[in-house]
Design a protein around this ligand. Sequence first.
Ligand SMILES: Cc1ncc(COP(=O)(O)O)c(C=O)c1O
Length: 381
Amino acid sequence: MKLFDVYPLYDIEPVKGFGTYVYDASGNRYLDLYGGHAVISIGHAHPTYVEAISRQVSQLGFYSNSVKNRLQQELADRLGDLSGLNDYQLFLINSGAEANENALKLASFHNNRTAVLALHKGFHGRTSAAVRATDNLKIQAPINRGVEVTYADLDDLDAIRALLHTHKYTAFIAEAIQGIGGIHIADGKALLQVRQWCRETDTVFISDEIQCGYGRSGRFFAFQEIPDLEPDIVTVAKGMGNGFPIGGVLIHPRFKAWHGMLGTTFGGSHLACAAGIAVLQVMEKEKLIDKAGQLGTYLMDALKDIPGLVDVRGRGLMIGIELDSPVAALRKTLLFEKHIFTGSSSDPNVIRILPPLTIQKVQLNEFVQVFTELLSTTPAL
Ligand SMILES: Cc1ncc(COP(=O)(O)O)c(C=O)c1O
């Protein structure tokens, strides 16, 4: 059987990883500044994580959501404590798209509406309503287009106010820092204003923290940089499981559950919870959220000294480096010659830096040195 060929692949195969490095079969070591799409939060093969998953799978890897699973409550308690969202309720699934899909469903159950307001350049996943809310027609199949979605710009608040006051939108969904769109920090005042209009019009405000959340920005959630912003729903995935598929929908207490409202076979399995709990333990013990903030500022300051860059932006360890020409060739050189993984974005001129939160200064220095040299010696890039 052939694999369905949807991914353009680099000719490289990591076979093991440790900390911020991955290794191929020949033993070559690669610095991981991308964490496999911002997924690796506590580093590859962290001993606490390996031990927790190994122990859990040897006891009970899975049973269904029709029986008690105390690990789900432990995960919820730890997540509430570390994020400060203790009064929210947690629904567990397996991926980011599923988190947003369920968030949009909850919104629609709540206000009985069907249209969605999303932002230009946003990315929310590949499932039906989530991909429709994603500003990229190319990845929407005709079957996805049944949901009515309007894409707006946060700097056109008049338009957003008018749209929301039609009272037809079930939800407004946005990333506090757009990831795939090229690392764009949403304007805090504008988001607060939209939040207010959502309240007035009973539109559900969904904060998609799948990429920018879980400590990456230097706060547990990137929206927490904006004082008093209180989303109705927060969606998480990626860093939550450090590679184990797990996602979560954090739901404001004013939303009431009823049996059968949402459901999943695999979501919240024993093994997924063990992974999720280990991630939170390590994040807390190693103070990774504060470190992400400090190291991000350190790296951005160093990058801003490099001549010729159009922009360096981001928060914490979620950084976009913008050049005045496409970065694909430069990223290939970084990977194949310098053995450094970086990320692309939907903007061809932007490199995304999303390393494990356990990265050290010495590794950031290594990158800055290599990057500076490359830019100065290869002007054609
Ligand atoms: C902001 C955001 N939302 C949702 C998703 C979808 O997550 P997943 O690929 O786990 O379905 C992504 C994935 O890149 C993302 O960056």
